[in-house]
Structure formats: C-alpha cells, structure tokens
Design a protein around this ligand. Sequence first.
Ligand code: HEC
Length: 140
Amino acid sequence: MNKTESFVRKLFLSALAFFILAFSLAYGSQNKGAKLYKTNCAGCHGENGMGMPGLVPPLAADPVVTDRDPAQHIRTVLFGKQGTTINGIKYVIYMPSWAGELSDKQIASIINYERSSWGNHAPWAAPGDVARIRSEGPNR
Ligand code: HEC
C-alpha cells in the first residue's frame, strides 16, 4: 500500500468511527427519552401522546411542544401547570412538577422525545437550557 492509499484508508476509517459514534449518541438519547417518557409521562399523556379527552391534553401537535422555542416546554415540565386552556379545552387534572424527580439531562431527553414523536418536528433543547430555566425558578 502506498502512502496515499494508507492515508485514504485512515481517513475512511475515522469517518466511519465518527458516524457510528454520532449515530449511537443520537439514538441512545432518543431511546432514553422514550423510556423516561413511558415511565413518567405516558400514564397521563398516553404512549401515543394523545392524552385523555377533557382530563389530560394530547402532546401531539400541542402548541407548547411544537413551539420553536423550548423555554415554555421546559418550564412546564420543571414546575408543572394547571388551569390552562389548550386549543379551547380547559383540563381538570393538573400537570405535576418534575424539578425534584428528574435531572436536567433526563428532562432534556424527555422533551426532545416529545418534540420528535407523534408527527412533532420541533427544535431540540439541551440540558444546559433546562439548568438555566431551573435556576430562574417557577415565579418568572
Ligand atoms: C398526573 C397526570 C400527568 C402526568 C404524570 C404528566 N402530565 Fe403533563 N400535563 C397534565 C395535565 C392535566 C396538563 C394540562 C395542565 C393545565 O391544564 O394547565 C399537562 C400539560 C403538559 C404540557 C403542556 C401542554 C400545554 O400546551 O400547555 C406538557 C409539555 C406536558 N404536560 C408534558 C409532560 C411530561 C414531559 C411529563 C412527564 C415528565 C408529564 N407531562 C406528566 C397531566 C400530566
């Protein structure tokens, strides 16, 4: 093998390693989000993201979940919410707060799972965004 061939070969192998790493990171985080969603959120919002009519809002096509800015989505999951009218419907149950149960990383994984499931295509949030909003506190 001459020098150029060996260089091209190395280049190809590092590119391959990079793609495998990037793919497994992205897939792993998506998978983690799905698991965390199933454990913590699906009981109310449903595995299919459709909620329960009049009791819990669907997260598919929800205005907060599909907003390009994830701040309100993060705030809702951290600090909970109640009495909101969403698409003309007022919900009876309240949304619990998760700040004490889930880490910034776990909340980002769940949020990104919701932002890319059931037909939703919204920009992702980073654990650092969750940390910033957590430190601002609920009364903002
Ligand atoms: C006990 C049932 C329950 C559980 C568990 C629950 N939610 Fe909710 N969620 C609700 C209810 C009810 C609302 C509507 C709150 C309101 O009326 O203000 C809501 C609202 C939301 C909203 C805001 C929708 C909007 O347009 O304002 C998001 C986002 C959300 N939930 C995400 C989650 C995530 C993520 C989890 C899991 C970590 C979760 N929920 C767990 C009941 C629940």
